[in-house]
Design a protein around this ligand. Sequence first.
Ligand code: UTP
Length: 405
Amino acid sequence: MDFNEAKAKLEKYGQVHVLRYYDELSDEQKNNLIAEIERVDFEPIIMKPAESLAGDIQPMSAMKISEIEEKRTELEAAGLELIRAGKTAALLLAGGQGSRLGVEGPKGAVNVGITRDLYIFECLINNLTDVVKKAGTVIPLFIMTSEKNDAETREFFAAHDYFGYDSSNIFFFIQEMAPATDFEGNVYLEAKDHIALSPNGNGGWFKSMLGAGLDKVIADRGIEWINIFAVDNVLQRMMDPAFIGATAGAGCEVGAKVISKAYPEEKVGVLCYRDGRPSIVEYYDLNEEMMYMKDENGDLAYNSGVILNYLFRIDALMRIAGNDMPLHKAVKKISYLDDKGEPVKPEENNGYKYETLVLDMIEMMNGCFAFEVDRNKEFAPIKNLHGKDSLDSAREMLAAYGVEL
Ligand code: UTP
């Protein structure tokens, strides 16, 4: 692509300002910028964002903790059988930027320890290792990073000897990026020769995995189920044999770990049916009637809060791999160059990132099995430094769980 072609592409999307420092750049920088313009997909900026939930919404109930406890022995046995047969794998979603937490580098490298070092990645590997030991077998672990944190993530794992995990069973891959804009849809520049790009959400994980050629690992190893989980829940119980056994036994294409809402207004997405298909209604789409509705037992009807721990069947993922995903505009803090060409790190939200979300994959699945877990034992998300869902609250929960900090 030459300068004129790059300009024509930008004109198509109303983004010619991206070239405003072009004349100041060295030849190398000019080439970099043109190459970036060629590479970047500006389509998300002009795409119509996903609409809030329409259709006939009905509650979805979960397998309750009490029922799980009654059946734990058989559910675990079924799950362990699949794990030991090599039919399962774990996938850590670690491509996000953690802008609310506001720390430099990968979120998983944050130290939650107080008197000793204990990193988020370490907590997750420890939990996964519990299952490896119980099953007495290896479990492949895929780790999705982004261009922003890939090198640092790999270096961090290597520097800590993969926290004792067998590194030949860890597979890193990089997710795709999308341009970030101001509230009017103008692409930000991060440097005079560089567009502000951000990871394109957690919904593209399977596509990126295929793009990285990891379907070969899936095929070679005969993997049939994949358990994806978020980086920021330090009490995350991934590859839980009972969850795997229960989901596989339920005949659904996806299983979701859920927590009962702590109170009706809690800001958590809940599993539901939408026109008969499994779906997730975001907390901001839940109207008052749904929020306070009770089921026949007097519990909240819309009570199955999702915690970003899903078990997908590979054949279903393959079927939907080519599907278009709805696009979401996420309001975020985006570092940018101001009018004087000076870099700015905003304190407040200043624009949009364009994301696809894993929750939209749920609706494409034939059947979703909801599996209730104890929020005090399995849900300690770190989104912020202080307050709700924070480093502080996660430390308290880890300590209450008996983890030495
Ligand atoms: P969040 O929705 O909390 O987003 O991610 P985030 O980018 O990490 O944090 P904020 O919103 O900027 O503060 C939930 C999970 O999805 C992963 C995150 O790493 C986390 O595990 N994720 C998110 C990705 O892997 N890629 C993305 O593009 C976004």
